[in-house]
Design a protein around this ligand. Structure first.
Ligand code: C2E
Ligand code: CA
Ligand code: CA
Length: 569
């Protein structure tokens, strides 16, 4: 089937942009009188409407009048090109002007017709040829830019995309990641399996690579077993590492090649490009060095070009593994830090703080493993582990005086902002066997402000079940107290960075005093966090703060001395 025939099968949709309605009727009549092709002609009368319509209709071709009020048809053609419209555009004009003809073509129109010289056959032919030519142009450019084996982009097309993405990064500052992938020991596999199976393997690798990436990412095969990706929807080095890890894991799955199943692995080099990086001409060689590093580290993994990022990546992987082990073997521990009433120093609460000791004895800071846990669903396992020991903490601290104190559990923003947060949390509480009345949940303002309505619903359900809610780290973020007051919060924990300033800044004193006073008036209890001295404790007590917490009151401690590791083994 020729391209010409294929375009004649179905009606051609035409967008007609002209401020003159009579000209439209005339043109439409001309096209309808042409019996060989069906046309669906849409008319718009202004430049702006034309732009809108072009986006929504995506017509097969566009006819544009030169006179469009304040704009010209040439401007329209230029705009449409820049906006990515790839269909043919034909400029119509009332005057005979050879200069206009040149300018129309230079702007990107495929043809130029004089309205008064046009007849049905001429118009139909111009449209048909234009559509046909565009079709061929597109096929040719796909052919020229793709790898014939896998259908991915080829090296030449990748290079031009890389130029486009780097210059866009330099202009907008939007970072991107460049990944280089190479199948480990591909040559040996290709030699033993035979070239046909080798090709089948490459095709499957290409498909998996595309599956790991997002729609807008540029995936290409450079030849042999070398592949490259430009991911410009990635906002951080961590995001790039996650993508690379996804790719490495996907290549670890067995490949079914007809009658045999084989296993292989891949190494990935990563360059995370911010503006500064994008300005460097050696970008591709950096990616090469990163790939080399991944291979040198034992293959089947990824590495950054940047040594700092590499260290971070290794540390993250280490932390993630240790956290997984600790969760699976119930080795995650919790320290309790006392919370006391400011007036009489009576113990009224205990905050549980997670502790992770690596197999090598190293203590991993909570900020690190909590961030790793937030990356996936493991954060819920941390909450489950906290709840599992909350009962014991409660009976050891408040056993004799029912209802006199609560155990505070920290939740991450990622957990509380889920739409199903309330049922998940209540389910975990129920499974733990701990009474809701013994518990307090600490949440932070990030994550809850994105959808305040939903947060209100979540918190209301949790409170109805008997839990109390504390807002952690208040003062570290930007949100104002009056805004937060829209939420059903029981307690405000004034961040320790703020508490620290009070002794040296009269401004911080004034702000603290008014925050405490305002919260009290709203019926919200206030707690000063990280109180390290008698002076700080006095200041907040006098300001009207109900509860205090910090090293001065008591450091976090284990409930009992942890059993020696050897005794567990
Ligand atoms: P946070 O909730 O603000 O916890 C208070 C942190 O301040 C704790 O650090 C505590 O040890 C420390 N701290 C308490 N009093 C003082 C003081 O007087 N001076 C100073 N300099 N520090 C004090 P830690 O244990 O390192 O925890 C850090 C963060 O990790 C916590 O901040 C919390 O956001 C998170 N975290 C800890 N355990 C969990 C958990 O089970 N789940 C979740 N989602 N996050 C947790
Ligand atoms: Ca906390
Ligand atoms: Ca805090």
């Amino acid at each position: 089937m020729s391209l010409l025939e294929s375009t004649e099968d179905k009606p051609l949709s035409i967008l007609y942009v002209d401020d003159d309605y009579e000209d439209f009727l005339l043109t439409e009549a001309m096209l309808q009188s042409h019996s060989r092709t069906d046309y669906e002609v849409e008319w718009v009368d202004t430049f702006e409407n034309g732009i809108e319509k072009l986006k929504s209709l995506k017509p097969d071709a566009c006819l544009v009048d030169y006179n469009l009020g304040e704009h010209t048809g040439i401007e329209f053609v230029q705009w449409a090109k820049e906006a990515g419209f790839e269909g043919p555009m034909i400029l119509l004009t009332g005057r005979n002007d050879s200069d206009l003809d040149q300018r129309a073509l230079a702007a990107g129109a495929v043809d130029y017709l004089e309205k008064n010289a046009v007849n049905p056959n001429l118009l139909a032919r111009a449209i048909r040829y234009a559509v046909h030519r565009k079709h061929i142009e597109r096929e040719l450019s796909t052919l020229a830019s793709s790898d014939h084996l896998t259908g991915l982009r080829n090296r030449a097309s990748f290079d031009s995309e890389l130029r486009r993405v780097t210059s866009s990064c330099l202009r907008t500052g939007k970072p991107f990641a460049l990944l280089l992938l190479d199948i480990d020991h591909f040559k040996e596999a290709n030699d033993t399996l035979g070239h046909q199976a080798g090709d089948a393997l490459l095709i499957e690798v290409a498909a998996r690579l595309s599956d790991c990436c997002r729609g807008g990412d540029i995936v290409s095969r450079w030849g042999g077993d070398e592949f490259a990706v430009i991911a410009d929807s990635i906002g951080s080095a961590l995001g790039a590492a996650n993508l690379a890890n996804r790719i490495v894991m996907s290549m670890n799955q067995p490949f079914d090649l007809g009658d045999q199943s084989i296993r292989t692995s891949a190494s990935v080099g990563i360059v995370y490009c911010n503006e500064e990086m994008a300005a460097r001409p050696e970008l591709l060689s950096f990616a090469d060095q990163a790939l080399y590093r991944a291979k040198a580290a034992g293959r089947n993994g990824c590495a950054f070009f940047d040594e700092e990022m590499n260290k971070e990546l290794r540390q993250r992987l280490f932390v993630k593994e240790e956290l997984e082990l600790a969760v699976n073997w119930n080795r995650l521990q919790f320290m309790g830090q006392p919370i006391v009433c400011a007036q009489d120093n009576r113990l009224c609460g205990i905050e549980l703080l997670a502790r992770l000791t690596a197999q090598n004895g190293e203590n991993i800071p909570p900020d690190q493993f909590i961030a790793a846990a937030e990356d996936n669903e493991m954060i819920w396992a941390v909450t489950r582990a906290a709840l599992a020991c909350a009962g014991a903490w409660h009976s050891s601290a408040f056993g004799g005086q029912k209802g006199n104190g609560r155990i505070s559990i920290n939740l991450s923003p990622k957990q509380i902002c889920r739409s199903d947060a309330a049922p998940i949390i209540l389910d975990l509480v129920e499974q733990s066997g701990v009474k809701a009345e013994w518990l307090d949940l600490e949440i932070t303002e990030n994550g809850i402000m994105a959808d305040i309505e939903r947060t209100r619903e979540t918190l209301t359900i949790l409170k109805e079940a008997g839990l109390t809610i504390s807002l952690d780290d208040f003062g570290a973020g930007q949100t104002s107290l009056s805004y937060l007051a829209q939420l059903p919060i029981d307690r405000l924990k004034i961040d320790r960075s703020f508490v620290r300033k009070v002794m040296t800044s009269t401004e911080a004193q004034a702000i603290s005093e008014s925050v405490v006073a305002l919260a009290n008036r709203l019926g919200i209890e206030t707690l000063a966090e990280g109180v390290e001295s008698a002076e700080e404790a006095d200041f907040f007590r006098n300001a009207g703060c109900a509860v205090l917490q910090g090293y001065f009151i008591g450091r976090p401690a284990y409930m009992e001395l942890p059993e020696p590791v050897a005794a567990n083994a």
